[in-house]
Design a protein around this ligand. Structure first.
Ligand SMILES: Nc1ncnc2c1ncn2[C@@H]1O[C@H](COP(=O)(O)OP(=O)(O)OP(=O)(O)O)[C@@H](O)[C@H]1O
Ligand SMILES: [Mg+2]
Length: 321
């Protein structure tokens, strides 16, 4: 069990059936991924992509239509998995009249923790999430950001190995978002695995070791933020100095942009061009290299492009039915 991935999801599908309108919603269409232990894994996708459905399946709250999932090597739902898991739902519901301390004590009781440990953990977590000054207030008086922090503290009461957070930054201001990011980084430092969803790429890009993009119930891509950034290269700008009357011939082949002013030649090669070979060829013609730089789209643009292509391909599939 110790060497199994933190999360393993295989070919997960989920079709919701709304009984009244007898409409089917294919929320997940075959999702497969795994999350290494000790990682921060970001699950990003637009509204309705299937993030919460995936998470609720992982938590054992809903049954998938087909496919399987394991947590820390344990089948779900199972006691073993639940005991090692911390969970912040998308819209946490708390009893208004409790204080945060009482909320955490309740969570600790559900995990069967003894009273002294519950008290110690609750106090530590209240300080950690910055609710020390609101200790004696009832949750009714909490702002959205404070409730989110109370929810985070509650998810950590059982000192879980894996923490699953559904949109932990939603509704928070920039300072609140940064605080949640720092808290997630701290959890990784303690050796925990954190899986969190967001529809905002920058929150994920900043801290995740691995990112999966989901749209329309299917994974569009997965990789480290650096790998995804590599996929954003649109072309490679090169500029060289070469005699104004030199024959450049094949150097311009395949280039999307060629500009020659006096002895300056600048062009854009395709993203997959063999830049090394091009530079050798240019030197052979007496060129001096001035600059080589990849031209990127932003990750946000990549994200939007993938979502758009998921939309058009599933529209095509739906059109055929
Ligand atoms: N209980 C349900 N019954 C019917 N359809 C549902 C149900 N829950 C979710 N859906 C549908 O399944 C799809 C995926 O929803 P899901 O909540 O998983 O998306 P999400 O990625 O979490 O979106 P958001 O960013 O808005 O939270 C959507 O089309 C949604 O309308
Ligand atoms: Mg959701």
């Amino acid at each position: 069990m110790a060497d199994s991935p933190a999360i393993e999801v295989r070919d997960l599908t989920k079709t919701y059936r709304t009984p009244l309108r007898r409409k089917k919603v294919e929320a997940l269409r075959g999702v497969t991924f795994s999350v290494e232990r000790g990682q921060i894994f970001g699950f990003v996708g637009p509204n309705g992509a299937g993030k919460t459905t995936t998470i609720r399946t992982l938590m054992g709250l809903i049954k998938p239509t087909s496919g399987s999932a394991k947590i820390l090597g344990y089948e779900i739902p199972s006691r073993e998995a639940r005991a090692r898991l911390g969970f912040l739902p998308e819209t946490p519901y708390f009893y208004d009249y409790l204080t945060v301390g009482e909320l955490l004590d309740l969570a600790g009781r559900l995990f069967g923790l003894p009273a002294d440990l519950r008290k110690k953990r609750a106090n530590q977590l209240i300080d950690k999430v910055g609710l020390g000054r609101a200790r004696s207030q009832s949750l009714k008086k909490f702002s959205k950001g404070m409730l989110q922090r109370a929810g985070l503290a509650q998810a950590l009461m059982n000192d879980p190995q894996l923490v699953v957070l559904d949109e932990p930054m939603s509704g928070l201001d920039p300072i609140g978002r940064k605080e949640v990011r720092d808290l997630i980084l701290e959890l990784r430092e303690q050796g925990k695995t954190v899986f969190f969803s967001s529809h905002i790429l920058t929150d994920i890009e900043a801290i995740a070791d691995e990112v999966a993009i989901i749209a329309r119930g299917a994974l569009q891509s997965q990789g480290t933020p650096a790998e995804l950034i590599r996929r954003t290269v649109l072309g490679i700008d090169v500029s060289v100095r070469i005699a104004a009357d030199a024959e450049i011939g094949a150097l311009a082949d395949g280039a999307t942009r060629v500009r020659r002013v006096g002895d300056e030649l600048s062009l854009t090669l395709p993203a997959n061009a063999d830049v090394d070979a091009w530079l050798v060829a240019a030197r052979d013609k007496g060129a001096k290299i001035v600059a080589v730089s990849p031209r990127h789209e932003t990750l946000e643009e990549l994200f939007m492009r993938e979502i758009a292509s998921a939309d058009s391909s599933s529209a095509a599939t739906e059109g055929r039915v």
